[in-house]
Write a protein that binds this ligand. Structure first.
Ligand SMILES: Cc1ncc(COP(=O)(O)O)c(C=O)c1O
Length: 388
């Protein structure tokens, strides 16, 4: 009899299973389902990046095991990009490691720094990988609620002192998923201060710094004084260059933390296909016009979705970043009942807020990673069933 390990048995139940089942049922009946639940840009990767992959794939030198930490040229391109974009200087040799997508690095980092029973601080609601990675390393997650009244920023003062004293690591993410909030200078300065005082390794997930609107420019956590002493930042080409399927990202910052993560990785994976890294260099160092085009496409879609939701009477905030809208479920509904209502009566799929943690209850997340016409269609359908 195959027995699952305790760490797998103790994973939280998959909240979307019931929705997936109902979605499949409706689909089999021929219902045209519109999914506003996918956090994956539908846009094509820019041509200059694709061409670079095509050329690089021809060379036999690129067909072998790559360097575990990433090609030096790729790490150099990351370092140059951080300097140009954020004014942050990074030594490509010691302060940059390539990742098979930022998810891979996030999933592995607790293995380097968390002993069984150690506390890891994680936001709630949040990208679920922080808590599962902690669980896999034998650590214990202490949740830091992201509340609407605090602009979905972590309230460091609300974390009990004994927890801060025991905590080894903290995950956080701005601009963030799912509430699509952004952090300011005061917040990041306080983060560095708290991390220093309590000797906590900061793991900042910066996947969405380039997906921004209305002139908002997101900062790197590493721009703040002392940040490199206390932490690292995860980043990715996935969202910036519409490359989610290519699996290429990186972690940068504190050299001891980068070395620790690199050590875990060298025992688990063998790096990113070199041709993909060469294409990644083109993404970071080549023509950046695709990034502003991507922003403009998402901004226009965001506006259509936001305006439509307001017309439907939904309470929602217009995000300055990410491709997510975080909205309140109407009175009388829970996240799950409202999501089910939209699916069964409008054929529109959205994600229940509590799928990202208990503090997400009362909310739902919508994405705008599909074209304007489909978003408009979804809005029309939602307005028709407005009598929730
Ligand atoms: C907050 C956040 N971090 C990290 C990732 C992972 O991105 P990737 O592994 O493609 O770099 C995602 C993907 O949806 C995300 O939403």
């Amino acid at each position: 009899m195959v027995q699952l390990a305790d760490r797998i048995k103790s994973l939280p139940p998959y909240l979307f299973a019931e929705i997936d089942r109902k979605k499949a049922q409706l689909k089999s009946k021929g219902v045209d389902i519109i999914s506003l639940a996918i956090g994956d840009p539908d846009l094509r990767t820019p041509d200059n990046i694709i061409r670079e992959l095509q050329t690089a794939a021809e060379y036999v030198n690129n067909h072998h095991y790559p360097d575990y930490n990433g090609m030096y040229e790729f790490r150099q391109a990351v370092s140059n990009w951080y300097d140009t974009r954020f004014g942050v200087k990074l030594d490509p040799e010691t302060e940059v490691v390539s990742l098979i997508g930022s998810k891979e690095g996030i999933a592995h980092v607790p293995m380097a720094f968390v002993n069984p029973g150690d506390i890891v601080l994680s936001p709630d609601p949040a990208y679920p990988v922080y808590a599962t990675a902690t669980l896999f390393a034998g650590g214990e997650t202490h949740l830091m609620p992201l509340k609407k009244e605090n602009g979905y920023l972590i309230d460091f003062k609300a974390i009990p002192k004994d927890i801060l004293q025991k905590a080894r690591m903290m995950f956080l993410n701005y601009p963030n998923n799912p509430p699509a909030a952004v952090a300011d200078d005061d917040f990041f300065n306080e983060l560095v201060r708290v991390a220093k005082e309590y000797d906590i390794l900061v793991c900042h997930d910066a996947a969405y710094t380039e997906v921004t609107y209305d002139g908002y420019v997101a900062k790197s956590f590493l721009q703040y004084e002392g940040a490199k002493d206390v932490g690292i930042e995860f980043h990715s080409l996935s969202k910036t260059y519409c490359m989610t399927g290519w699996r290429i990202g990186f972690a940068v910052g504190n050299k001891d933390a980068i070395a620790g993560l690199g050590k875990v990785k060298s025992n688990i994976d063998s790096g990113i296909f070199q041709a993909v890294q060469i294409a990644g260099i083109e993404a970071l160092a080549g023509d950046q016009s695709s990034v502003s085009e991507m922003r403009e496409i998402f901004r226009a879609r965001r506006d259509v979705l936001y305006d439509g939701l307001v017309r439907a009477g939904i309470k929602v905030e217009k995000p300055k970043a990410t491709f997510y809208l975080w909205a309140q479920v109407p009175k009388g509904h829970t996240s799950e009942s409202f999501v089910e209502h939209l699916l069964l009566n409008a054929g529109v799929v959205v994600t229940p807020g509590n799928g990202f943690g208990a503090y997400g209850d009362g909310f739902f997340r919508m994405t705008f990673t599909l074209d304007k016409e489909r978003i408009e269609e979804a809005i029309e359908r939602i307005i028709k069933i407005r009598n929730w």
